[in-house]
Design a protein around this ligand. Structure first.
Ligand code: PEP
Ligand code: MG
Length: 323
């Protein structure tokens, strides 16, 4: 079985009816990047930069960040990489003392882009490192925990200012650098059209989106019967976001854990997803599963799936569809 899967490392990713699917890697470490390459990822869909900040005493310098981001780009050998700006707060505490202390509800507090925008100098250091590294290969920038357009607008402004400074310093700049929004706050999903006016692409973070939609902590095992990706409310939101991205002709990927879980591959295809990002250890399993699935058939059952009213009902329908 392992040997059969290994032959898929260089194979194209297609459904049984020959629809091309993009498989991207979630990567943090050079080991992840190497694995993404050997398993034939089409790029990196999520690079979680907070790992640089968590490993560190104090804040990583601009050059330390630049080196890590450049190594990532070079390591992917010309394939596109998606760097997520700092996503500290809530379940991701920090070493440098940026995260607000004493919040009653840290998951609903100053986290992700909310925190980055509170510390423009720290954020600008990261932005400079990203801009410098983007000269070494194709890159996109992803903003976590976006709720409303003004956050994306503020990030764009910081990128513009950093570009002006780097230009004055005679440092090479990338021509363009697409900016995307994570969709992981319910308001961002419901009102996704407001973000599509300002984002070049979207990445759905189902780990947090499910947590916030269901009001169920993503790490609390006692809530397993509630915190399931099969929840009809979550399916309808995913379908809404994927459809809005398609109509706006902007790429939509999904980088939560379910992207790499073959139990949900059929469901995500049915909802219209064509870009999956996952831990690189899952790439071959998902590619293998996709080859057994009929995209047209699954899409034709999307409306039925969206009419389901309980997660048990969703599970039954998926079992009937061979998912
Ligand atoms: C998510 O929330 O689904 C996600 C991919 O981001 P993280 O797990 O890093 O919060
Ligand atoms: Mg998240």
């Amino acid at each position: 079985e392992g040997r059969r899967l290994a032959t898929l490392a260089n194979a194209a990713t297609r459904t049984r009816d020959e629809v091309a699917i993009r498989l991207l890697a979630n990567a943090e470490t050079p080991t992840d990047v190497a694995l993404a390459r050997t398993r034939g990822a089409d790029g990196v869909g999520l690079y979680r930069t907070e790992f640089l900040f968590l490993r560190h005493k104090g804040l990583p310098t601009e050059d330390e960040q630049f080196n890590a981001y450049r190594d990532l780009v070079l390591g992917m050998g010309g394939l596109p990489v998606t760097i997520r700006t700092l996503d500290l707060g809530a379940d991701k505490a920090d070493a440098a003392g940026l995260v607000m202390r004493g919040e009653d509800n840290p998951a609903l507090g100053v986290r992700g882009v909310r925190l980055s925008l509170r510390y423009p100098a720290v954020f600008t250091t990261q932005i400079r490192a990203i801009l410098r590294a983007a000269c070494y290969g194709p890159m996109r920038v992803l903003v976590p925990m976006v709720t409303q357009p003004d956050e994306l607008i503020a990030v764009r402004t910081l990128f513009k200012l950093a570009r002006q400074d780097l230009k004055r310093e005679n440092i090479d700049l990338p021509e363009k650098l697409p900016l995307g929004a994570m969709i992981e706050v319910p308001a961002a999903a419901i009102n996704v059209r407001s973000l599509l006016e300002h984002a070049d692409f979207l990445a759905i973070g189902t780990n947090d989106l499910a947590q916030y939609v269901l009001a169920a902590d993503r790490g609390n095992d006692a809530l397993d019967n509630i915190y399931t990706p099969l929840q009809p409310a979550l399916l309808r939101l995913l379908s809404h976001v994927i459809g809005a991205g398609r109509r706006a002709k902007k790429p939509v990927s999904l980088c939560g854990e379910i992207g790499g879980d073959v139990n949900f591959t059929a469901m995500l295809l049915a909802l219209g997803l064509t870009e999956f990002s996952m831990h690189p250890s899952q790439l071959l399993l998902v590619r293998d599963r996709l080859a057994t699935l009929d995209h047209a058939m699954l899409r034709s059952h999307c409306a039925r799936l969206l009419r389901a009213t309980t997660h048990e009902h969703v599970a039954e329908l998926l079992a009937q569809l061979g998912g």
